[in-house]
Each structure stands twice: as structure tokens, then as C-alpha cells.
Design a protein around this ligand. Structure first.
Ligand SMILES: C[S@@+](CC[C@H](N)C(=O)[O-])C[C@H]1O[C@@H](n2cnc3c(N)ncnc32)[C@H](O)[C@@H]1O
Length: 307
């Protein structure tokens, strides 16, 4: 198999939800090759339109991001026997506008063990999941990353439709491995938290763990207004992230996170801005946030409602 020479691009179509992916598959240079590729990609749920051009090797795929994503389309083209070039080194996460987990792409495979050792995450993630008190309905894990929390929710609430969204395909690939085999009621989507591909007044709960310190101030505010939009009235938003440090030592230990993830997106956390932003975004916080002291700083768990 040879490698394709072009890269992928995606963009919104007119209904605001569909995504269009433009690929070049140079060896798809005959009608039967195009047929093989089309048949393979059509197996995915959510494919809305396929336009293969054997003369140029161009392949345009329009799909519903709630059902499939770029990685799955690329995978299906490769399963038909044709290679597609992955995003080049140029398309680093920061150039695509997001800070990867642990700051550097190279650390992504180590994310789960590092979090397990440094943050003892199981304890506070499980406690937060228990507090969701969902019977059925729908819940969204915002910035689901490798899906640790998503799995915890899916196990705890087998009758609830669980959704996860994350911008980083490398994190989502790890999440898919954990989830796809065992949990039919989980749906993962690649997308940004600043432009959620879900309808208004939809979710009973939205939960977000360790994502807001990856967002600029503007992105935090836009994301909160997106959460307001997709939550049903009375729905709950559980925001878990680093917040105002509980002591000087806790402040000092947070420098490790700031060195990894950057100072731009983390200074609101240390300045205790989350409750202010939540209030500005129209959420009501009736209980004090829970405080979790970790070796890397103070995590605060806010539980707020949409009036
Ligand atoms: C530190 S990880 C947390 C992952 C997971 N929620 C957890 O608790 O383990 C932060 C995640 O936020 C995601 N992220 C950063 N910016 C994002 C954006 N604009 N939209 C969606 N996800 C984003 C990253 O890709 C990463 O997976």
C-alpha cells in the first residue's frame, strides 16, 4: 500500500452539525477502486454523502459527528486497502487550537498511569459520579479524554445514554478501546467544547473533569454558555478542575501543571475565577465546592444548576 499525498480538512456544512472531510487517496484511480472505498466507508453509521473522484483520487465524505469522526473514516478507507495520510507534524494540537492532555502529545499514552499515580483520581471521580443521581435520560462528559470518567458513568448508570466529546483524536482512540467493547449506551464524538453538536435543553447532566484549565478565558465563557444551552432547565453541571489553592504549598505544587499546560489557560484557575464565570453564565451554585488536595494542587468540584 502506498501513502496518500494529501491531508484531511474538515468544516461545517450548512446545517451546522454535519462535517465534511476532504481526502486524497491517489491509488483510488479506477471506478472499481472507488467502489471498494465507498462500500467500506458506507459501513459507518452517520455517513450522509460520499463523493469519490477516481480521476483525481479525491474523496469527499460528509458525516454526522454524533455517529462517526475523521479517525473512523480514515480507518475505513485503509480497511478497503488504501492508505490515507495522517495529519502531518505541522498540525500539532497547539496549532489546531487546543492544549493536549499533559501539555505534550508525546505524553498522551502515559496519561492514564500518570493521572492514577499523581491525582488518585479514582476516589474523587467515583464520588462525583455517584452524586449525579441519574436514573435514565442523557449525560455528557465534556472533554472526556481517555474516557475514564465516561466508563465510570456508564457502569454506574446502565440505563442512561452517555455521551463523550473531546477534540483530541489520540485521547479518543484510547477512550474507544475502553468503551466500544462493553458499553453500547456510550457515544463518543470528536469536537470542541466551544461549539457543542447537541440540541438545546437536551442533557440532564453535564460533567467536565480537568478540561477548563486547557481553555482560554474566552473559551471558558463560551463553553459555559454552550453547557447552559444543551442542559435542560433544572439540569446540573459538575465542573471539576484546579481552583484557588488551599495553601501556599498547594499553590507551589500547581506550578508543575502550569509548566506542562501553560500559564495562559491556567491563571483563571489559580485566581479562583470559575465561580465568577459560572455566575456570569447564569448558573446557580447552592453548595460550596468540594475541595480535593492533590500532590499537584487543589481541585475544586462545583455543582451548579441551570435555572
Ligand atoms: C487533562 S485531560 C482530561 C480528560 C478527562 N476529562 C479526565 O478527567 O481524565 C483534558 C482534555 O481536554 C481536552 N480538550 C482540550 N481542549 C478542548 C476543546 N476545546 N474541546 C474539547 N476537548 C478539549 C483534551 O483533548 C484532553 O483530552
Amino acid at each position: 500500500m502506498s501513502r496518500a499525498t494529501d491531508n484531511t480538512q474538515s468544516g461545517d456544512t450548512s446545517d451546522g452539525r454535519s462535517r465534511t472531510l476532504q481526502l486524497t487517496v491517489p491509488e483510488m484511480d479506477c471506478p472499481s477502486c472507488a467502489g471498494k472505498v465507498t462500500k467500506s466507508v458506507e459501513k459507518l453509521d452517520g455517513i450522509e454523502e460520499l463523493d469519490p473522484q477516481p480521476t483525481t483520487g479525491a474523496l469527499t465524505v460528509t458525516f454526522d459527528p454524533l455517529n462517526t469522526d475523521e479517525e473512523m473514516v480514515l480507518d475505513r478507507v485503509e480497511k478497503a486497502g488504501y492508505d490515507v495520510q495522517r495529519p502531518t507534524e505541522e498540525a500539532t494540537p497547539r496549532k489546531q487550537g487546543f492544549v493536549p492532555a499533559l501539555g505534550y502529545r508525546i505524553l498522551t499514552p502515559l496519561y492514564d498511569p500518570i493521572l492514577h499515580i499523581t491525582l488518585r483520581e479514582k476516589k474523587w471521580k467515583s464520588a462525583t459520579v455517584e452524586r449525579l443521581s441519574l436514573e435514565d435520560g442523557e449525560v455528557l462528559d465534556l472533554g472526556c479524554g481517555t474516557g475514564t470518567l465516561t466508563v465510570e458513568i456508564a457502569q454506574h448508570y446502565p440505563d442512561t445514554a452517555v455521551h463523550g466529546i473531546d477534540i483530541d483524536p489520540a485521547m479518543l482512540a484510547i477512550a474507544r478501546d475502553k468503551i466500544m467493547k462493553d458499553y453500547q449506551h456510550v457515544q463518543l464524538v470528536r469536537g470542541t467544547v466551544t461549539d457543542l453538536p447537541y440540541p438545546d435543553d437536551h442533557f440532564d447532566s453535564v460533567i467536565s473533569s480537568l478540561v477548563f484549565h486547557h481553555l482560554t478565558t474566552d473559551q471558558k465563557l463560551v463553553t459555559m454558555s454552550e453547557v447552559q444551552r444543551v442542559l435542560r432547565p433544572g439540569g446540573e453541571f459538575h465542573l471539576i478542575d484546579w481552583g484557588r489553592p488551599a495553601s501556599r504549598l498547594q499553590r507551589a505544587s500547581f506550578y508543575i501543571i502550569q509548566l506542562l499546560d501553560g500559564f495562559d489557560t491556567t491563571s483563571d484557575n489559580i485566581d479562583g475565577k470559575h465561580p465568577v464565570f459560572l455566575d456570569q453564565s447564569g448558573f446557580k451554585e447552592e453548595t460550596n465546592p468540594e475541595i480535593v488536595r492533590t500532590p499537584l494542587g487543589t481541585i475544586r468540584i462545583h455543582r451548579v444548576t441551570k435555572p
